[in-house]
Write a protein that binds this ligand. Structure first.
Ligand SMILES: C[S@@+](CC[C@H](N)C(=O)[O-])C[C@H]1O[C@@H](n2cnc3c(N)ncnc32)[C@H](O)[C@@H]1O
Ligand code: SF4
Length: 439
């Protein structure tokens, strides 16, 4: 089993990126690619360089907003997101503290020129918020935070936590996109993951969202699961297509050391996932089948019908500003990156004490900022050179000119006057390529 080193994260948690185990590139790349064998979770600059930060008051312009709801009905065996067991009382207490955090942020920063691009209600399980809480939170953002009615607003749902009437209510409150954690359309695979729902529940939740008028439905699917066969995976991908889903995220299972799944596998309680060759076939099947059916790949893990690409995901990876609320939520403002405290009691203590619940952070140098924006930007398959230079205040050629030329020579990147692109082969070595910029 691999030891996965978490050294990058996004505002909502982690990016699931992977590389091939069977290299086909030049020798130098092959050696390094082997070292990258498997899937990684990234963060840059690395978390050990972060420290307690005192942020200056910030002026927000175009930005996205993320809410981290840190509760789940059950704890999935594979998941390392910041979350704890749901109870109504802890959710209600959290929601009160959250409204305090929103007030504190409004008082501390300047939102007079702010325009929100997108909102993502995630977690944990954001769909455990009551409809009233969702409506109240979005209503609160309408005054002072630059929220306009037509912006993308996603609610992340665990199957079975919202019904058709609920979807109608949250739609009236301003939610216009739902992201449903289906994971698999094969019932026999879900118990090993400790999912609380069946496949029938996933179908019902998708149908309920559709009947309530949602025309931008996103589902998460995972491959490389214990006991999953290539046929199971093909069935899941084909079901997403048959159901007319507008946006599919395709994640290869990452097994984190010390998590429940790793322990169960270690003790022989579960069948290990398929061999690397089969997992690679699974990945290729999604990469070929989804685009052939109108779901274009626009990131390493995301596929969408034209016009249904998630704005929040794109803003998160293209170096734009985003503001996170809730425990463990990440924020980015120009060169500042920070994380809210991950400890629930501390989150309550700080908000009770009228202090923003900020934990650790870092102010990036222009070099660090450029490295982050190029590497994370490549998650979107290509990077706008002028944009990352403007964001970071650094010159791409001065800092990375030689590295890029080498990666172009190796056939992993393609460069035009305005952009750098992952080639088809580069797609297979994304982790290796990103690390060339962040190492
Ligand atoms: C915050 S969760 C989704 C929403 C909701 N909590 C649910 O599970 O239905 C985000 C997604 O990350 C993916 N994910 C979480 N942990 C993962 C892991 N270890 N490997 C691969 N994908 C993972 C799952 O597909 C999951 O649906
Ligand atoms: S419900 Fe979602 S966030 Fe919660 S433990 Fe499972 S995968 Fe993680």
């Amino acid at each position: 089993m691999h030891k996965f080193v978490p050294d990058w994260e996004t505002a909502r948690g982690v990016i699931f990126v992977e590389t091939l185990t069977t290299p086909v590139t030049p020798a130098a790349v092959r050696q390094n690619a082997r070292r990258d064998d498997g899937a990684y979770v990234f963060h840059h600059p690395p978390k050990f360089t972060w420290s307690n930060v005192a942020l200056p008051p910030l002026a927000w312009n175009h930005y996205s907003l993320y809410l981290h709801v840190p509760f789940c009905r059950a704890i999935c065996t594979f998941c390392t997101f910041e979350r704890t067991q749901y109870s109504k009382s802890s959710m209600d207490a959290f929601f009160d503290a959250l409204l305090d955090e929103v007030d504190l942020r409004e008082q501390s920063d300047d939102f007079t020129q702010a325009t929100l691009d997108s909102i993502y209600l995630g977690g944990g399980t954001a769909s455990l918020l009551s409809n009233e809480q969702i409506s109240q939170f979005l209503g609160r953002l309408r005054s002072g935070f630059g929220l306009h009615d037509d912006i993308e607003c996603t609610l992340e749902c665990e199957p079975g936590t919202k019904r058709e009437d609920d979807f109608r209510e949250v739609r009236d409150a301003g939610v216009n996109r739902v992201s449903i954690g289906v994971q698999s359309f094969s019932d026999q695979l879900l118990p090993a993951l400790n999912r609380r729902h069946t496949v029938a529940t996933s179908y019902r939740t998708i149908e309920a969202a559709h009947n309530a008028g949602f025309s931008n439905i996103h589902i998460d699917l995972m491959y490389g699961l214990p006991n999953q066969t290539l046929a199971d995976w093909k069935f899941s991908v084909n079901e997403a297509i048959r159901l007319g889903i507008q946006h599919v995220s395709v994640y290869r299972l990452i097994i984190f050391q010390d998590e429940l799944l790793a322990r169960k596998l270690g003790q022989g309680e579960l069948q290990p996932p398929a061999d690397a060759g089969t997992i690679e076939e699974m990945r290729r099947y999604a990469l070929e089948t989804l685009p052939a059916n109108g779901l274009r790949q626009y990131s390493l893990t995301e596929f969408a019908k034209p016009g249904n690409e998630c704005i929040y995901v794109q803003r998160n990876w293209d170096g734009s500003d985003y503001l996170g609320f809730g425990p463990a939520a990440y924020s980015r403002h120009a060169h500042h990156l920070w994380e809210n405290t991950v400890f629930h009691h501390r989150y309550h203590e700080l908000t009770d004490d009228h202090r923003l619940p900020v934990g650790k952070g870092i102010t990036m140098t222009p070099h660090e900022c450029l490295a982050r924006d190029v590497a994370m930007g490549l998650c979107l398959l290509s990077v706008d050179i002028a944009h990352v230079e403007r964001q970071s205040g650094a010159s791409l050629d001065e800092i990375f000119g030689r590295k890029i030329a080498q990666l172009v020579d190796d056939g992993l990147l393609r460069r035009t006057r305005d952009r750098i692109y992952l080639t088809d082969e580069g797609l297979l070595y994304a982790t290796y390529i990103m690390k060339r910029f962040t190492a």
